[in-house]
Design a protein around this ligand. Sequence first.
Ligand code: ADP
Ligand code: AMP
Length: 228
Amino acid sequence: MDGAGTPAKATNLVLLGPPGAGKGTQARRLEERFGLVQLSTGDLLRAAVAQGTQAGLAARAVMERGDLVSDEIVIAILRDRMACDDCRAGVIFDGFPRTAAQAEALDALLAEAGGAITAAISLVVDDAAMVERVSGRFTCAGCGEGYHDRFKQPSATGICDNCGSDAFTRRPDDNAETVAQRLRAYHAQTAPLIAHYDAKGVLTGVDAMAPIDAVSESLTAIVDPATA
Ligand code: ADP
Ligand code: AMP
């Protein structure tokens, strides 16, 4: 409730940017800082692949090629996740929407619950740097914390800073060839959404070639201008 006694509107953020831009890294930080839920359709699809669900079986080869999974599958997965109670506090959409149809579906889904996108943040990067970002990425198998061979190593070699696990994973699609296809898909199908959110008056661009902590500061200032 705000001071006037009306229910406060949930914060719903969209992080836009090509593979490697830092969406997952920043979403985890915003989640912790603002008590929001990170909703990554890539993570949901990887879980569906691992579980061998019908959606996972259909998505697997598409993801290995670096193409986009069908709107039908992705929107259904997103809708199920958004029905969970924890999403009411507000969501950081990481890797969704990626097409005009997904953006429209998201607007409609939020509107049904009386909500809307409060900010869409475009992480602006040089494509040429994304191959190194993505190829050097690894993730803690215990808690999902993200690391990088060059840009973000755990403080103690081989031990996750966050949960102490010594098990890490690398994604099969994080290779130079697939990244090139994923970048093409981003520019063809997702980059046009920048104009969609600009037209709604909720778009902000952030220099995401800056170090991770500097990007976090920019995002925090957008979500909570009082901190700027
Ligand atoms: P995305 O979710 O957009 O694909 P990630 O957040 O997984 O990207 O970041 C890709 C890789 O680049 C990770 O290994 C991460 O540690 C690293 N990274 C993220 N942001 C930066 C940055 N600003 N500078 C250098 N490396 C970064
Ligand atoms: P990500 O984890 O965001 O890098 O996504 C990994 C892969 O999952 C992408 O290359 C796509 O194949 C698929 N994917 C994730 N999110 C979406 C989406 N919103 N629409 C279509 N495909 C997606």
